[in-house]
Design a protein around this ligand. Structure first.
Ligand SMILES: C[S@@+](CC[C@H](N)C(=O)[O-])C[C@H]1O[C@@H](n2cnc3c(N)ncnc32)[C@H](O)[C@@H]1O
Length: 215
């Protein structure tokens, strides 16, 4: 049987593709790398929603206005982003690693008719650039807030960071609000403005540390 040259090229192409695929499927390291590339990493913390009345106070405390660009880092069901854009007309963006929560947020934005202002993306907040952002909202564990300081510090002077429950260790807030509800629940909100002020305690610790080294 005589095989023509074009058919031979097609057969060789399929053989090469098949052997590459077999390599990926049988080599555990190659298949792990393939899976890692396809699958986003697990979130650093699970989803707990900020109550709606607390969201409202966060937005008011940060004095969010139409010209602001707001980012919620770890946006959950999208309530902060949706509420900010609905109340002030600002452009607001939510980022979360959980694909299901991102889809839920988009559906919630459509329900509230703010999909032109409220945008959601499945993205790791550690991969974001914040230099053009004027308001950041956070409801994360303390160590995550601290890990985000180098990014938050890149925001323009006068930008606001408002956090729920945990503050940013080492930075002095402009305002600390304690909300005590009639149902017995209480919430803390912290407001910071860039450039950040190092907390007096941190300054003292550094000062004493330096003093000790000189002795
Ligand atoms: C405590 S919830 C806060 C939700 C929302 N901001 C609120 O206050 O209602 C934290 C959210 O951060 C998300 N998350 C955790 N680590 C993340 C990361 N590295 N990048 C993006 N989202 C993350 C979680 O999936 C979760 O939805």
């Amino acid at each position: 049987m005589k095989i023509k040259l074009p058919s031979l090229i097609v057969i060789m192409f399929f053989l090469i593709v098949a052997s590459l695929l077999q390599g990926i499927l049988t080599d555990p390291r190659a298949s792990a790398a393939w899976a890692a590339e396809k699958k986003p990493r697990a979130p650093d913390t699970h989803f707990i929603a900020t109550p709606h009345d607390v969201v409202e106070i966060m937005i008011r405390l940060a004095e969010v206005k139409k010209t602001d660009v707001l980012y919620d880092l770890g946006s959950g069901d999208g309530r902060i982003v949706i509420s900010a854009s609905k109340k002030t007309g600002c452009r607001a963006y939510g980022f979360d690693l959980d694909a299901g929560l991102v889809e839920l947020s988009k559906a919630n934005a459509r329900k509230e008719r703010v999909e032109s202002l409220a945008t959601f993306e499945q993205k790791d907040f550690f991969d974001l650039v914040l230099s053009h952002v004027t308001v950041v909202t956070l409801y994360l564990f303390p160590e995550l807030n601290v890990a985000l300081i180098p990014k938050l510090e890149k925001m323009r002077p006068g930008s606001r960071v408002v956090t729920h429950d945990y503050g940013i260790e080492g930075i002095d807030p402009d305002v600390t609000a304690y909300i005590h509800r009639k149902d017995g629940r209480s919430y803390n909100i912290y407001l910071y403005t860039t450039p950040f002020r190092q907390s007096s305690l941190t300054v003292l610790q550094k000062w004493f540390g330096k003093d000790k080294k000189q002795q």
